[in-house]
Ligand binder design. Sequence first.
Ligand code: CTP
Length: 401
Amino acid sequence: MSILSGKRILLGVTGSIAAYKAADLASKLTQAGAQVDVILTGAAEKFITPLTFQSVTGRRAYTDKDLWGDEAHVMHISLGKTADLLVITPCTADTMAKLAHGIADNLLTVTALAATCPLLIAPAMDGGMFDHPATQANLQTLQSRSVLVAGPAAGHLASGMSGVGRMLEPMELLGHIRIALGKKGKLAGKKVIVTAGGTQEAIDPVRVITNHSSGKQGYALAQAALDSGADVTLITTPTALTPPVGAKVIHVKSVQDMLDALLNESADALIMAAAGADFRPVNAAKDKLKKRDGIPQIQLEAAPDILKTLASQSGVAKRFQVTVGFAAESRDLLANASEKLASKNLDFIAANDISANDAGFAVETNRITLLFANGEKENLPLMSKAEAAEKIIEHIARLLK
Ligand code: CTP
């Protein structure tokens, strides 16, 4: 179940052209299973209608008319008290000023004052307005009260100029919302390192030896760890994926790069989801190999086994309290996985059968068996990589307790 599933998000929309992005965000949150209640300010209604939000959330959207209606005296209290998170996006300089000074002159600002849940704002305004000392002072006041601030980003502004003032894109905001919701999760205060993707071993400046790993399972693990409140470092090879918001990303290519990156790190948990090369060219050619020189004979040598290297160094001061490996197998799944569990000194291993066309590399789903160092075994049914990641994170949290 995604972190957004069943969560109550109160979405405040203020008067900025970026209000159209809030409709997309409301739609994405709803699709992810959140209950989204929208409050529009009067200025927001000039840019977008309550109906737009009602259409994507399937729930009533509130406006200032509701502030003076029959249920008004309880509405702002109940909206603010039952929400898991209040998100104000786009948040204008005017609304920031009101929030900083406790001004409550419309349904949204009254609700913000009454709300007991965390508040996340995504400012959107012209660059000069954002830079203005008044706005900066309000920003500082809000941050000192633990208000979470996402953005603004630099780029093209509605004024036609460029600067810092753009509201973050909905996908990025979704990442900030997940972090806000996961803050007190079961891995709060813990550091998790995830490796992802297929390593690349250079043959010459343009060619590499790599594998079919897409990095999807590793990225899903990084997201699931963030959702649980962990501090996440993602060590990734080049992939087509966007790293989850909030992860510290270290880009690597070869097994050696990945090992070097890990030798500089320590964490509560290490999840080795990357598909590391087992063999690499002894020497990468300095210049591009040319056809006219004939078919090259490429001599290979063993690449370092990262997990075994780390295990051999652990000694008394184990740098990773819990270590999790993956076993990608096309036959003898459990026998091979148990051998790796023992030889790589892992706490548990996620074994997946890559011969099935609905599991393993590049696809969205995985069918995993977890084998634990104490001999326990858990068969996970076919599930999305995001769900498989959540299961693995649950076990890590249990082992770290
Ligand atoms: N792994 C590693 N270093 C490597 C290769 C793999 O640390 N050079 C890690 C992977 O990240 C994974 C685990 O070891 O967590 C098992 O990887 P896998 O490719 O299934 O097995 P190998 O150990 O490479 O063995 P084989 O290729 O013989 O199956």
